[in-house]
Ligand binder design. Structure first.
Ligand code: SAH
Length: 500
């Protein structure tokens, strides 16, 4: 059973970094004993330009028989043995997925102490599985890998015997995937989808398989059009487990759903502008206002919290005064788009050293967000359910505590001026609330008071004499260091955050 993972590189970002990310040195061939046999990891090629890691699992039939005892389902012949006793012992089956999880454990989790930013960024990847048993054939392979961000998904049926094409195709395909993905995401997809395609899970499916599936599926499974088939096959059609997984995925999907619709009214062109020139979209005005406020604050190390598809990160990168830019978002899909927009992998080392994209939720405190000059929350708070807002408040103002915090949110009073917006509607399907100027002011002042900040308000976009501007911006500033903040900031909100 065999698969290869390749990447390309440059002298500054050598392809051999793959060795760090996989935690396996390119100069060595290594062998590991796994529950189904010996797994070998070696590098058929390892240069700065190209590096390929190969995983070969030598199945131990005796171990399989031993493990298989009493585990075959419904008196059927043991699936694992049937898999081994076939014409192609090198075919990648679910056993290979198990070996992968044992041998590339840290890489699957996305952890890499030596190169955290490389592990967090998409790489040009090529995965090849020369013989993959695929129940459902090439078509299903394309359906499964197609929506996952690969630019090339090739599944070519392998003939039963190349000398006798008239015999037709075998149940194997040759799989080639190419695209720019984070290594951990690629590995997690394979970990789930190899057994799904194989559709003959060799071991008894235990309840913790649901957790394994959800963990490996984080960021891609909930939104996958074939999630039902994937879940059901992965859990060997155990109905109660499948239902459990489906419910969990549904929750994730709702949480992720989706701030990425193109018909984001916020981005609509501001039609009230009475000039000959092209009117400036509101989103651009917002970025201009944010950049201005950051410069005024003298910030150089900036967090973009809820960075979405990375438009602000891109604008920040253009100004060298911003030396460190961290974009955080809960949506993997948004981050994938952001990293493509920024062309992170093709950036020179100087530029790429300035920027990090990271998946995370703002309703949890995160030590890594401490010590920055400024944090931006641009059109983010209205995406949280109101009861979750105190948790975000604590994570940002109580825990991360940058000197400056910029928060923008729609001014709901202005909605009557949007011609395309039916009365009483919010601007975007995922907005949980939209505030009047008075409501935003009341919230912001309370937050500022609780955490030792002062707050000032600025309009963004054309200000209407009656209903105000379309977007409201609050600029929070503190001079208090982390330890002399008001006691309330640490206690009361922490409790609220925990309760939420
Ligand atoms: N800041 C961007 C995107 C706004 S859309 C802009 O101004 O255009 C809101 C973003 O917040 C989405 O990308 C969404 O995924 C993210 N988001 C919502 N809830 C979040 C949470 N709890 N943690 C992190 N990001 C969150």
């Amino acid at each position: 059973m065999f698969l290869t993972i390749s990447t390309t590189g440059t002298p500054e970002r050598p392809a051999t970094d793959l060795g760090f990310l996989l935690h396996k040195h390119p100069d060595k061939a290594q062998s590991f004993s796994t529950s189904h046999g010996i797994a070998h990891v070696f590098y058929p090629e390892a240069s700065a330009e190209r590096c390929t890691a190969a995983l070969l699992l030598e199945v131990d039939p005796v171990a399989l028989v031993r493990r298989g005892k009493g585990k075959g389902r419904g008196g059927a012949p043991d699936a694992a043995l049937a898999q081994y006793v076939n014409d192609r012992p090198y075919a990648a089956s679910s056993l290979l997925a198990v070996a992968m999880s044992a041998v590339f454990k840290s890489a699957l989790s996305g952890a890499c102490r030596a190169m955290p930013e490389r592990a967090g960024a998409p790489l040009p990847l090529r995965v090849e599985v020369p013989a993959l048993p695929a129940r459902g054939g090439a078509e299903l392979v394309r359906k499964l890998f197609g929506p996952l961000g690969w630019t090339r998904v090739e599944a070519e049926a392998v003939p039963l015997d190349s000398e006798f094409p008239q015999w037709g195709d075998s149940r194997y395909v040759r799989l080639v995937l190419e695209g720019e993905l984070r290594l951990a995401d690629a590995l997690r997809q394979l970990y789930v989808l190899l057994p799904v395609l194989d559709d003959a899970k060799h071991y008894w499916v235990a309840p913790d398989e649901v957790d394994k599936l959800l963990r490996a599926g984080a960021g891609w499974l909930a939104g996958h059009p074939e999630r039902k088939l994937i879940t059901s096959r992965y859990l060997s059609r155990r109905w109660s487990l499948t239902r459990q997984a489906a419910q969990a995925l549904e929750l994730v999907r709702l949480a992720e759903s989706d701030d990425l619709d193109v018909d984001h009214v916020d981005n609509a062109v501001d039609e009230t502008e009475d000039t000959e020139e092209k009117p400036v979209p509101l989103a651009e005005r917002r970025r201009t206002a944010i950049l201005g406020a950051l410069r005024t604050a003298g910030a150089s190390r900036v967090l973009d919290l809820g960075c979405g598809q990375g438009q602000l990160v891109q604008a920040l990168l253009k100004d060298p005064r911003f030396t460190e830019i961290v974009g955080v978002d809960v949506s993997m899909r948004a981050l994938t788009i952001a990293s493509r927009r920024l062309k992170l992998d093709r950036m020179g080392e100087r530029q790429s050293g300035r920027v990090t994209l990271r998946q995370g939720s703002l309703t949890y405190t995160d030590k890594r967000l401490g010590g920055y000059d400024a944090a931006v929350l641009s059109e983010v708070i209205e995406h949280l359910d109101l009861p979750r807002l105190p948790a975000l408040e604590y994570a940002v103002f109580g825990s991360a505590r940058p000197r400056t915090v910029l928060v923008t949110t729609p001014n709901v009073e202005y909605n009557v001026r949007w011609e395309t917006l039916p009365a009483g509607h919010v601007r975007h399907g995922d907005h949980r609330f939209e505030w009047t100027r008075a409501e935003f002011r009341a919230w912001a002042e309370k937050v500022a008071g609780r955490h030792g900040y002062t707050v000032a308000f600025e309009p963004v976009g054309p200000e209407d004499p009656e209903v105000g501007p379309p977007t409201q911006l609050a600029v929070f500033t503190t001079t208090a260091a982390a330890d002399d903040r008001p006691a309330e900031s640490t206690d009361k909100n922490k409790k609220e955050a925990e309760a939420a």
